[in-house]
Design a protein around this ligand. Structure first.
Ligand code: UDP
Length: 487
């Protein structure tokens, strides 16, 4: 049988790109002869050095994946209220190029499926309705977030005012009660542009041919059941949901060198190090960084901490996809901190190879911003967490991780979001102390989930079975062919 093409369309941001690439790799690994993968990449203004290096690495190491780079879209960043609104706008304006790309690809190969990130929502009518390509969403967060997202139109109708100010608990099928202030950050304010955009995506998503989720069945059985029973979209259609995860970044450094922080971990005792890392976009003020340092020092535990430069106040609308400048640790951290903790701590500037770190036997705990990739990486590595959310859907993820999954302890912030040193110290101790009851409970649960994550990805496991189902459909139902693309 001739190879057909699956086109993937991630939104900007490493977290979104990496998991989409891993989806492509999983499809190819599982079905090496049936499909080619083409990835449409967001306009260059979002492609940082890290993104470009990553894309180059994948292009050279996985020849069955090709990248189609969408052209630049000129945009006045200053005129947009948020990064999310910039992303929506750029992707919307890219639609003529997306259509052209799909038509071009279909001249030489049948397109069996078009898989889009939810930020690429505006491409759905083009691919599905106009070009008749089966179109799926790839949901880069978990099934819990998907349940709430699908239920958002109901919450929109049943509430008035801003989630930020409601001071109530929201009930959504399949989920624990969600404090309204823990709603996804971009939709906290009803009048905001992002609120309308996200609402639109949640209304459109059920019109797709399916939703592929980066999770595994046994991690999120409750919300998956509620979604599949139609309870999250009552009265409407719920497309099939395929859990094919966990899809994790597997790349090592292109030069093959072992990073210094892994060499340092080699010299630490088993499960003794707490790892602190806050995603690709998480930034703290200088004051907060100093407070974390004091808390870490007070905890007495070994640590590996990724420190990034604080946001620049005068530069609020800076393209957050561009990397911040390298941090000056002597200025940002308390005087003498690095010397005093030399024997038990390592501070890494800006970026660490997180998957490798979490899987290192010396790492016993993770203070995380609760980005979904980070959560999955910790679960798979069997590392318990302290949840310190910063943006996107992370506050919601914290509720689920702490209340429902029992995989994390809550880092408590003050009303302005600031976390004091005593709280950092207390949570790190609770997580890492070998006689901590709470820590031991987390370790037990995360170990079970780690084992289940591996079973899901084995032949016959839930994620591979879901992938098989999808592949069966793609092999038999591809709509857009080299002959029919002019329709
Ligand atoms: N990451 C990393 N090193 C860092 C920071 C982040 O390798 O210093 C990776 C992390 O392993 C994860 C991704 O970047 O795969 C971040 O995705 P996540 O969904 O956790 O958060 P986001 O950055 O999208 O907020």
């Amino acid at each position: 049988m001739d190879q057909t093409t699956i086109v993937l369309y991630p939104s900007p941001g490493m977290g979104h790109l990496i998991s989409m690439v891993e989806l492509g790799k999983l499809i190819l690994r599982h079905n090496p002869n049936s499909f080619k993968i083409t990835i449409l990449t967001a306009p260059p203004s979002f492609n940082t050095g890290t993104t470009a290096t990553y894309i180059h690495h994948i292009s050279t190491t996985v020849p069955s994946i090709t990248f189609h780079h969408l052209p630049s879209i000129p945009l006045d960043l200053e005129s947009f209220p948020s990064m999310e609104s910039i992303v929506f706008e750029v992707l919307q304006r890219s639609n003529p190029h997306v259509r052209h790309a799909l038509e071009t690809i279909s001249h030489s190969s049948t397109v069996s499926a078009f898989i889009i990130d939810f930020f690429c929502n505006s491409a759905l009518p083009i691919s599905k309705l106009e070009l008749k390509i089966p179109t799926y969403y790839f949901f880069t967060s978990g099934a819990c977030a998907l349940a709430l997202f699908l239920y958002f139109p109901i919450l929109d109708i049943n509430t008035t005012g801003n989630f930020r100010d409601m001071d109530t608990v929201l009930d959504c099928p399949g989920l624990p009660g969600i404090p309204s202030s823990d709603m996804f950050r971009p939709i906290l304010d009803r009048e905001s542009t992002d609120y309308g955009k996200f609402l639109n995506v949640s209304i459109e998503m059920p019109n797709s041919d399916g939703i592929i989720v980066n999770t595994f069945e046994s991690l999120e059985a409750g919300p998956l059941k509620a979604i599949r029973e139609g309870k999250c979209n009552p009265g409407g259609n719920t497309p099939p949901v395929f859990c094919v995860g966990p899809l994790l970044a597997t790349e090592s450094r292109p030069d093959g060198e072992k990073p210094d922080c892994l060499k340092w971990l080699d010299s630490q005792p088993c499960k003794s190090v707490v790892f602190l890392c806050f995603g690709s976009l998480g930034l703290f003020s200088e004051e907060q960084l100093k407070e974390i340092a004091v808390g870490l020092e007070g905890s007495g535990h070994r640590f590996l901490w990724v420190v990034r430069s604080p946001p620049v106040k005068s530069d609020k609308k800076r393209n957050r996809f561009l990397p911040p400048p390298e941090p000056d640790l002597d200025v940002l951290l308390p005087i003498g901190f690095l010397d005093r903790t030399r024997d038990r701590g390592l501070v890494v500037k800006s970026w660490a190879p997180q998957v490798a770190v979490l899987n290192h036997e010396s790492v016993g705990g993770f203070v995380t911003h609760c980005g979904w990739n980070s959560v999955l990486e910790a679960v798979c590595a069997g590392v318990p967490m302290v949840a310190w959310p910063l943006y996107a859907e992370q506050h919601f993820n914290r509720v689920v991780l702490v209340e429902d999954m029992k995989l994390a302890l809550r880092m408590n912030e003050m009303a302005n979001g600031f976390v004091v040193a005593e709280e950092v110290e207390r949570r790190v101790r609770e997580l890492m102390d070998s006689d901590s009851e709470k820590g031991n409970e987390l370790r037990k649960v995360v170990k079970e989930k780690s084992e289940e994550s591996k079973i899901a990805l084995r032949e016959g496991g839930s994620s591979i079975s879901a992938l098989d189902e999808l592949i069966h459909v793609w092999k038999h139902d591809g709509y857009l062919t080299a002959d029919s693309s002019s329709r």
